[in-house]
Design a protein around this ligand. Structure first.
Ligand code: ADP
Ligand code: MG
Length: 399
């Protein structure tokens, strides 16, 4: 789960990370109020959307001018005016997709006297199963670009979970960033606090771009992105509350409510599978036969009629879906029960795209009979390859 920049700064502040004074606003008037409570004289008005590159982004409504989604302002009136231009407007950035994202809240923050912009992130490295810190002097830039063009400018250190973060890790990072004297101490305190925040909140990713060295010599995060392990959210009700449903894919949100693991993808073949491994294999084999999956969907072990129906509805809510492949192994669940669920669900949602079903496992013959007798144009398949081929062909024929 992702959260907004201002929320991430709230989380970090709880762990003693220094952040600038600021407040969230939903209306231009609130923005002005927030600004009045800040130190000034420069205030920064920042669009809060779950996409990076806001500063260089552009609004769709020309009324907002061609300034980006992060603006320096010099008076509270200016704050209110810029907030009015941003709120309700759609911001397009290189991460938002061409359709952009509507700005519904903004963050008003004290302006910062920036001396240097650096890059810092923490993430979980699957290869070493450790938290790694990535740092670069190339702050404020797209880090993917830095990694591609000048990988030598990215410094990485892995933290052994047994010892946790140690002062020498921090000093190494600070030196790699070219920090000196008190800045090294400041950076060490910051990294210690960030590591605690990262591990104690079960974060999956923390990106600070830019991390800045201020005129006063301090080191602090100016931007912050945080992402949390969804499976650990039950341990953090305060973070769960930060979820902004407006920022999430509606189909994925609906799936979460029904305990279905659904991830939207860009292809045309909707997949409904039980078990994550089988779901991955199904997506692979669809690709092998020349098509692309429209989604990942694991209906889980208890594929009841209700779950199957909900899953169908979610798959069909994606306008790109041109055919559906149901691939279910009846282990705990019997195939006849699944077949009844598929038939009932297909009738209820008045299915209008080809449906290929591959069933295997307990009572498979009975399951196939139920589908054949249903009067529905369900295409039965015998194995994975057969199923993938049939759905790809059916979609081609339907075109
Ligand atoms: P994004 O990465 O989405 O464009 P940032 O928060 O990184 O948004 O802001 C973009 C740029 O705006 C920063 O690199 C920095 O130069 C400037 N900026 C952001 N916040 C402040 C601030 N409080 N004071 C001064 N400049 C800021
Ligand atoms: Mg940034």
């Amino acid at each position: 789960m992702n959260i907004h920049e201002y929320q991430a700064k709230q989380v970090l502040a709880k762990y003693g990370v220094p952040v600038l004074k600021g407040g969230v606003a939903y209306t231009p008037e609130e923005a002005e109020q927030v600004a009045r409570g800040l130190d000034g004289p420069v205030f920064v008005v920042k669009s809060q959307i779950h996409a990076g590159g806001r500063g260089k982004g552009r609004f769709k409504e020309p009324a907002a001018g061609d300034k980006g989604g992060v603006r320096l302002t010099k008076s509270v009136d200016d704050v209110r005016e810029n907030a009015a231009q941003m709120l309700g407007n759609t911001l397009v950035t290189h991460q938002s997709g061409p359709e952009g994202k509507q700005v519904k809240r903004i963050y008003v923050e004290d302006g910062c006297d920036i001396q240097r912009e650096l890059y810092l992130s923490m993430l979980i490295d699957r290869a070493t199963s450790r938290v790694i810190i990535m740092a670069s002097t190339e702050g404020g830039m797209d880090i993917e670009e830095v990694a591609a063009k000048t990988p030598e400018k990215i410094f990485t250190v892995a933290i052994d979970p047994v010892t946790g973060i140690q002062p020498f890790h921090c000093r190494n990072v600070a030196f790699s960033l070219g920090l000196k004297g008190d800045q090294v101490k400041s950076c060490t305190r910051l990294l210690m606090a960030l590591y605690r925040a990262f591990t104690e909140t079960d974060a999956a990713m923390l990106e600070i771009n830019p991390l800045v060295v201020t005129g006063a010599g301090g080191v602090l995060p100016l931007d912050c992105k945080m992402n949390f392990d969804s499976n650990a959210l039950y341990r953090h009700p305060d973070i769960s509350e930060m979820r902004d449903e407006d920022e999430e894919n509606p189909a994925e949100l609906e799936a979460t409510k029904h305990d279905l693991n659904y991830i939207k993808l860009d292809g045309a073949i909707g997949c409904m599978v039980n078990g994550a491994g089988l779901a991955m294999a199904t997506m692979d084999i669809i690709k092998l036969y020349g098509a692309e999956p429209a989604n990942f969907l694991d209906v889980g072990g208890g594929a009841t009629k209700e779950r199957v129906t909900t899953a169908f509805k979610i798959i069909l809510s994606d306008p790109n879906v041109e055919g559906i492949l149901v691939n279910i192994f009846g282990g705990i669940m019997r195939c006849d029960v699944i077949a009844e669920g598929v038939v009932a669900a297909a009738k209820e949602v008045s299915l209008n795209v080809p449906l290929v079903v591959r069933l295997e496992g307990t009572n498979v013959d009975l399951g196939k009979k139920i589908m054949a007798d249903s009067g529905l144009p369900i295409i039965a398949a015998d194995n994975l390859a057969d199923a993938a081929q049939k759905v790809v062909e059916a979609v081609k024929e339907a075109q």
